[in-house]
Design a protein around this ligand. Structure first.
Ligand code: FES
Length: 129
């Protein structure tokens, strides 16, 4: 089912992806909207994200990737994970994409992975494209 949402710049269609009980924490689901391939993911403890399925590096399928808390460090040799920032790791070359923004953690040219608004409505996960 789809409905239309008016934003300040353009109309977006509402698309039901699945029920909330069908997407376990840490898992992803591929959802097609027309020619777009969208990966919807359940970030453990942080809700849902929706990104383009194509990695900005060489087009790897992010729906086959995995979530991980972002590694951060203040000093060389430190290994600390930030529980509030998560990345989706591309299965092709292990580049990390910030799950919230679609921005690459390591520089992948100037490309950013497209993100989409995602919401939970009446126990369904929906994306607006
Ligand atoms: S295609 Fe994703 S890291 Fe290379």
């Amino acid at each position: 089912m789809s409905t239309t949402e008016q934003t300040s710049t353009r109309r977006r269609q509402r698309h039901v992806v699945c029920g909330v009980d069908e997407l376990a924490p840490g898992s992803t689901r591929l959802h097609a909207v027309g020619h777009r391939q969208i990966v919807v993911g359940h970030v453990p403890g942080h809700g849902y994200v929706a990104l383009s399925n194509y990695c900005a590096h060489q087009g790897g399928p992010l729906s086959a990737g995995s979530f991980e808390a972002m590694w951060t460090a203040e000093k060389v040799g430190e290994r600390i994970q930030d529980p509030d920032r998560w990345v989706l790791i591309c299965p092709y070359h292990n580049f990390e994409i910030d799950a919230a923004t679609g921005c690459p953690v390591a520089r992948l040219g100037t490309a950013r992975t497209a993100t989409y608004r995602v919401a939970v409505e009446a126990d369904e996960i929906v994306v607006y494209v």
